[in-house]
Design a protein around this ligand. Structure first.
Ligand code: PAF
Length: 286
């Protein structure tokens, strides 16, 4: 346990310098991109990086281009002080919190077109989201030319988009996707969980329960995804989630819809509980 707060850097030249110097000294650098409001899910990524790398850079930047007009950009939690506090338990960690004007200089108009794996599900519900994510992640990779970048499986489709982008654009970065971290009652950890009222927080447990039921049905031999999805819809509706964006069973690589299960699949769920949009997923390998 190191009670020292991590070094906080805002300047892009300074962070590049630090990373290059560490690498010239033979050190391996890990990158954990975040939008702050850190929780145990983020900390598990930092822990992974700390166990494999000599230096970890955590970026904190609430990226405006991945939010739609009607989404929660303005109210997205910004908790830099407590984030730094939480990161004090790891060493050596450097936090990069770049200025928006440096990330998106005046007049910038270049963006990454996300790969096909971003087309369905989140891609349909949040049309410009993955272009914003792919663009900022590539920018962060250029700002912090680490060896490995760590992402959470909670944002399953995002991880697919980033893995494919790195492949397609020959980006020299290894991507590691780390397991979802859950609350004791199963709710996947998310910065947005803090928006939930007490009763919404209770309702939200139905999401992981639904994943459990779907997996159970598969383990008991159900292969028709429509039968499983009907049951999932019933569970979510009975628990009074406020709306269901999608519940689907898809190929874990292409994310195309699967009709009849004959190999590994991923179940993806996106729902609103109150005004809060929550996503979760589970990969099933029978
Ligand atoms: O997963 C997130 O927190 C964000 O989408 C990311 C990858 C940091 C890009 O802004």
């Amino acid at each position: 346990m190191n009670p020292q707060r991590p070094q906080l850097v805002h300047d892009l030249n300074q962070i590049r310098d630090i990373v290059r110097k560490a690498q010239s000294a033979g050190k391996k650098v890990g990158l954990v991109p975040t939008m702050g409001a850190l929780h145990q899910g983020h900390l598990s990524l930092v822990e992974q990086s700390a166990s494999q790398c000599d230096l970890t850079v955590v970026t904190i930047f609430v990226n405006p281009t991945q939010f739609a007009q009607d989404e929660d950009l303005a109210k997205y939690p910004r908790t830099l002080e407590s984030d730094l506090e939480l990161l004090s338990q790891f060493s050596p960690v450097i936090v990069l919190a770049p200025e928006a004007a440096d990330v998106y200089p005046a007049g910038s108009s270049t963006a990454v077109q996300p790969p096909d794996v971003g087309r369905l599900w989140e891609g349909e519900k949040r049309p410009d989201h993955f272009a914003g994510v792919a663009t900022i992640v590539l920018k962060l990779f250029n700002m912090v030319p680490a060896e490995i970048a760590f992402f959470g499986q909670k944002d399953y489709q995002q991880a697919c988009v980033i893995q494919q982008m790195v492949k397609d654009l020959n980006v020299p970065m290894e991507i590691q996707v780390c397991p979802i971290v859950r609350e004791p009652d199963g709710l996947a950890m998310s910065s947005r969980n803090r928006y939930l009222s007490q009763s919404e927080r209770k309702t939200a447990t139905v999401i992981s329960q639904t994943l459990e039921i779907a997996e159970q049905m598969m383990r008991e031999g159900e292969t028709e995804t429509q039968v499983i999805l009907d049951q999932c819809m019933q569970e979510l509706t009975a628990a009074h989630v406020d709306s269901i964006d999608y519940v689907t069973i898809a190929d874990p690589i292409t994310l195309e819809l699967v009709q009849t299960i004959a190999g590994p699949v991923v179940i993806l769920i996106a729902v609103y509980v109150g005004k809060t949009r929550l996503i979760d997923n589970r990969v099933i390998q029978l």
